[in-house]
Ligand binder design. Structure first.
Ligand code: CTP
Length: 418
């Protein structure tokens, strides 16, 4: 075991966390020491402090019982337990601002390839050995016997220095194929390299079809992280690596050919779609729209039917779409949910129409309101609807610009000059 001294003040400075987190860590450190329980930070925070990078999540691990430590801490610090999972972990919110992951040191056992692990309390050593990569298996002790020390049981420090992505053992991806995807993200995020062990673990998992056994929801969740946790600029490289390692194929997805302009649409989707639509859009970004692939990506029966119906419909009307008026095209496209619209916008033949629709057409609405039409003596109902529709059509086709022009148009409709 390698031990590296690292002072708490230096570590906390490198961690760059807000004062509420600092306060919580400090109090937890004091009380865990008094209770004689080993408390440590593991994985991401240790790796990121050593790399001099901002860390995203903080995993605080206790070799002991969080229940009693939390009950003591609750007398001194305000926090809210958001969730408690079957895997002996808690999610805690501090000041409703910051979420902290509290983990119980544990050992894991995978009953079958790609299944969720069976978890039991374990020692910190077992907790280190259950992890994915050597660079994620470093821990920093907050309490004795390893207070202010980085512990390295797996050559993680050396791999971090050399920039290597090495799984802890060769069956790692058989147990949990999501790790291969995680490995790609770390490799690209830090500009590291894969080791021979990484490739070996990949081949072994593929050989016994472990990738195919990964559940649709876990696969979808893992792919989402490429688009939500990693920098947008890194995506072309991330996707190229996925392709080189044939990971999408290995999990049973039909890949789509991605062109460089697709990344512009991806950036736009990130800016313009709400998180639910964006999450569905990215699930579709990498793949062909076909039944097996959609099923594999955890789209429900209803969603699959909807996606396939629209893809098919647009394919059928492809040549006749230009014959429709702009209004007819707009009314058609308005029926398509945004996530799917963006996905269809990735197809070359739809690119221009959908871009025009999203950026311009869908926003064109008459300035004259239904109320104004009622004030002119038109009865509520179908007629108002059809006048507003005519106005929209005229505006879309560029024949009306100002509200005065709209009003004149309406007057002319109601009282045509003979
Ligand atoms: N882990 C694992 N196998 C997984 C997921 C997670 O072994 N399939 C372990 C890793 O050791 C990881 C830790 O659990 O370090 C916490 O996971 P996560 O929060 O997802 O990763 P971080 O290490 O925090 O890295 P980052 O969030 O920066 O990607």
């Amino acid at each position: 075991m390698k031990v590296l001294n690292y002072s708490w003040s230096d570590f906390i400075e490198g961690l760059k966390v807000p004062s509420v987190v600092f306060e919580f860590l400090n109090r937890a450190k004091v009380w865990a020491t008094k209770m004689g329980q080993f408390l440590y930070l593991a994985g991401g925070p240790v790796r990121d402090v050593l790399l001099g990078r901002q860390t995203q999540d903080i995993d605080l691990v206790l070799e002991g019982s969080w229940e009693s430590l939390l009950s003591t801490l609750s007398k001194e610090i305000e926090f809210k337990i958001i969730s408690k999972s079957q895997f002996l972990t808690y999610k805690l919110s501090l000041n409703s601002l910051y979420v902290l992951d509290l983990v119980t040191a544990r050992k894991e056992f995978y009953p079958s390839p790609a299944s969720l692990p069976v978890v039991a309390r374990g020692s910190f050593i077992e907790d280190i050995h259950r992890r994915d990569f050597t660079i994620n298996a470093l821990i920093y002790g907050l309490t004795p016997p390893y207070e202010d020390k980085i512990l390295d049981l797996v050559e993680g420090l050396s791999d971090l220095k050399k920039g290597l992505i090495r799984p802890l053992h060769q069956n790692s991806f058989i147990d949990d194929p999501t790790r291969a995807f995680r490995g790609v993200r770390y490799k690209v995020r830090f500009n590291f390299s894969y080791t021979e062990e990484f490739n070996k673990a990949l081949e072994l998992a593929a050989k016994i079809s472990s990738f195919k056994k990964l559940s649709p929801s876990r696969l979808a969740q893992e792919l989402k992280l490429f688009f939500t946790k990693e920098a947008m600029e890194a995506l072309p490289t991330l996707l190229r690596d996925l392709q080189n390692l044939r990971l999408l194929q290995r999990v049973g997805l039909k890949e789509r050919r991605i062109k460089s302009s697709d990344f512009n649409l991806l950036r736009k989707a990130k800016e313009e779609l709400d998180s639910k639509n964006f999450e569905k859009f990215v699930r579709l970004f990498l793949v062909e729209l076909e039944e097996t692939t959609l099923k594999r990506l955890a789209f429900s029966d209803r969603e699959r039917a909807l996606i396939l119906k629209w893809a098919q419909f647009l394919r059928e009307v492809e040549s006749s779409l230009q014959d429709l008026s702009i209004l007819e095209r707009v009314e058609l496209l308005e029926k398509i949910p945004p996530f799917l619209l963006f996905r269809l916008g990735l197809e070359e033949k739809w690119e221009d129409t959908i871009e025009l629709f999203w950026d311009h057409w869908r926003k064109v609405k008459p300035a004259v309101t239904g109320e104004e039409l009622k004030a002119l003596g038109i009865k509520e109902g179908k007629v108002i609807g059809s006048i507003l529709k005519r106005l929209r059509q005229e505006k879309l086709e560029g024949r009306l610009t100002t509200i005065e022009e709209e009003r004149a148009f309406v007057r002319n409709l109601i009282f045509p000059k003979s």
